[in-house]
Design a protein around this ligand. Structure first.
Ligand code: HEC
Ligand code: HEC
Ligand code: HEC
Ligand code: HEC
Ligand code: HEC
Ligand code: HEC
Ligand code: HEC
Length: 365
């Protein structure tokens, strides 16, 4: 249990002093500062950033802008949603006796439980998710390097604020502890959240700090660092900059997607079937389509990795029929020309109306 102690509970509702920490990084000389500088130099030397790709790869860039990959992480106080919450001003938790008030102070977005006097206002640091399904804020304490996943989120199905997915499990909480605000995250959990929603994240010896991350799942998360490629391409010598990562076959690409979308090696052994549907590689790799098509199938068989997910059913049905032609030996005995997806990759509700399509393609039970 993490209690509200130290800078938090004794100060009559004032903010934890994250500003102090934010203000002190470059005061010279300490080993951490040197490592920070070395990290920044490494990033600057190897990564070009998404904007540098636009001039030569306009199509990929346009698609990428539509995809949630390109806007899955924001600083809370800069986000569109923060503005809406400030207008809303307060929100009653539907399952707990709490009323959260949203404010800004010193250029920080804060939340305070005003139903329980004495609970201090808490800054909210990052906002994760583009909002296709949801957006969930987290707070990261710069001094302890731990955090909290807030109990309230933007939920797309209801287009409104509501209880963060899965937080029904935390309806019981201990007053006066950090649990008032949500689910405590240890250092490794905060880093894990950010690592899957960014292009580059600093190693554990460096602090969790905005300027050390490259936010969002950018081009170079999947394609590897490309500074040299840009420099060479500008001189007409693109072929001479050999990429660190090539995605020219389904297996190589799958290795990249699995890092975040998860397969059997990275899902929790206690995950429920509804939860497992979130993890597309987990499902796909269990499918006979995948197992028995000799390495030809991958995410790109049905998706453009650069783009938002298409909802055009005809496109997917065509993909199925590339391998399952009507009247062939392996067509559907039930409905060889119907909507394959509805029966073989149905949408399954995970929680709060948020649905995912089951990528374990199989005969319906
Ligand atoms: C000045 C033009 C130019 C810029 C800027 C540029 N590229 Fe390229 N890129 C090329 C050319 C030309 C090729 C084809 C060369 C080849 O076939 O190896 C290419 C090929 C690629 C490929 C496919 C082959 C491979 O190397 O994997 C990828 C992926 C790629 N670029 C990614 C990027 C990314 C990411 C950026 C931004 C960080 C970027 N490019 C910026 C010109 C450019
Ligand atoms: C192993 C990688 C991984 C970790 C760790 C991770 N995420 Fe994600 N997150 C993803 C992927 C992949 C998606 C897209 C699929 C989905 O919506 O589940 C996603 C989606 C989301 C979405 C919904 C985005 C949308 O609108 O579709 C939110 C919100 C989110 N994550 C928040 C978090 C928070 C908060 C944490 C830490 C407590 C976290 N994530 C940890 C990989 C990860
Ligand atoms: C989520 C991972 C991911 C991201 C992010 C991503 N790509 Fe790709 N990219 C891929 C995959 C996978 C392929 C291989 C496509 C295939 O198999 O059809 C690819 C292929 C390419 C190619 C080669 C296209 C061809 O016709 O051969 C270029 C160029 C490229 N990407 C550029 C970019 C640029 C520029 C960005 C950022 C705006 C970007 N990519 C972002 C996964 C990604
Ligand atoms: C660094 C982690 C990471 C990697 C690597 C990654 N993804 Fe994602 N992906 C995410 C997150 C996070 C989201 C949720 C984005 C959002 O907030 O909407 C997502 C969303 C998506 C979406 C839905 C996009 C939309 O807006 O509809 C598709 C499709 C997708 N990923 C495919 C892929 C494929 C294919 C690969 C491998 C080539 C891949 N991803 C690699 C983290 C990742
Ligand atoms: C790359 C080729 C390929 C694609 C694309 C593909 N499949 Fe398959 N699928 C196979 C192979 C190979 C099998 C193994 C059995 C067979 O040959 O009939 C199979 C098996 C199946 C089975 C039987 C599964 C079981 O457990 O008995 C179903 C159902 C199925 N596919 C549906 C689909 C649907 C629906 C789609 C489109 C969403 C699709 N497939 C796309 C190759 C493919
Ligand atoms: C056989 C076709 C097929 C393959 C292969 C496939 N998908 Fe999908 N995917 C779909 C369909 C169909 C949908 C639902 C689209 C819609 O909303 O109508 C979907 C939806 C998604 C979504 C949106 C969330 C959801 O589940 O509805 C993500 C993210 C995604 N796929 C990622 C992946 C990743 C990552 C891979 C590779 C492991 C992959 N897909 C492979 C057919 C496929
Ligand atoms: C109305 C629901 C429905 C639709 C639509 C549908 N299927 Fe099926 N499919 C089933 C059922 C149920 C079975 C299992 C039937 C059985 O075992 O006799 C099945 C079985 C299959 C099989 C396994 C055949 C085998 O020999 O084991 C394949 C492959 C398949 N479907 C592909 C498809 C494709 C491709 C489409 C789209 C063109 C499609 N299905 C549309 C319900 C459907």
């Amino acid at each position: 249990m993490i209690y509200l102690t130290g800078g938090w509970d004794g100060t009559g509702g004032s903010l934890p002093t994250t500003d102090e920490h934010a203000a002190q990084p470059f005061d010279g000389g300490s080993p951490v500062d040197e490592q920070v500088e070395a990290w920044k130099a490494l990033i600057a030397a190897n990564f070009a950033g998404d904007a540098a790709c636009a001039s030569c790869h306009a199509e990929e860039m346009k698609a990428h802008k539509r995809s949630g990959h390109s806007h899955t992480l924001a600083m809370m106080h800069d986000s569109q949603w923060a503005e809406e919450l400030l207008e809303l001003a307060t929100y009653e938790d539907p399952r707990r006796d709490q009323r959260f008030r949203f404010q800004t102070r010193d250029n920080q977005f804060t939340v305070q439980d005003v139903a329980n006097p004495g609970t201090p206002a808490m800054p909210v640091t990052w906002l994760l998710g583009s909002g296709v399904h949801a957006q969930t804020p987290i707070w990261v304490d710069e001094s302890s390097q731990r955090g909290v996943e807030m109990r309230w989120s933007y939920l797309a199905p209801s287009d409104a604020i509501g209880v963060t997915p899965d937080h029904e499990r935390f309806d019981d909480y201990q007053q006066g502890t950090i649990e008032c605000y949500g689910r405590p995250l240890d250092n490794a959990s905060v880093r894990a959240c950010l690592a899957c929603h960014t292009t580059m994240s600093p190693p554990p010896n460096l602090p969790i700090r905005q300027d050390l991350y490259i936010a969002n799942v950018g081009c170079e998360r999947c394609h590897g660092p490309r500074k040299k490629h840009v420099v060479m391409a500008e001189q007409g010598l693109a072929e001479q900059a050999k990429p660190l990562v090539t995605l020219d076959n389904p297996a190589a690409a799958m290795k990249v997607c699995v890092q975040c979308h998860r397969d059997a090696d990275s899902v929790s052994p206690t995950a429920t079937p509804e939860e497992l549907v979130r993890f597309q590689p987990y499902g796909l790799k269990k499918s006979r389509c995948f197992i028995e098509s000799s390495g030809k199938m991958g995410c790109s068989s049905c998706h453009d990795a650069h783009d938002a997910v298409s909802t055009d059913r005809r496109l997917y049905i065509e993909r199925c029929q590339q391998c399952h032609q009507p009247k062939s030996s392996n067509d559907c005995p039930q409905m060889p020309t119907g909507d394959c997806i509805q029966c073989h990759m149905p949408a399954v509700e995970w929680t709060a109306g948020i649905e995912f399509h089951d990528h374990w393609i199989r005969s319906p039970e």
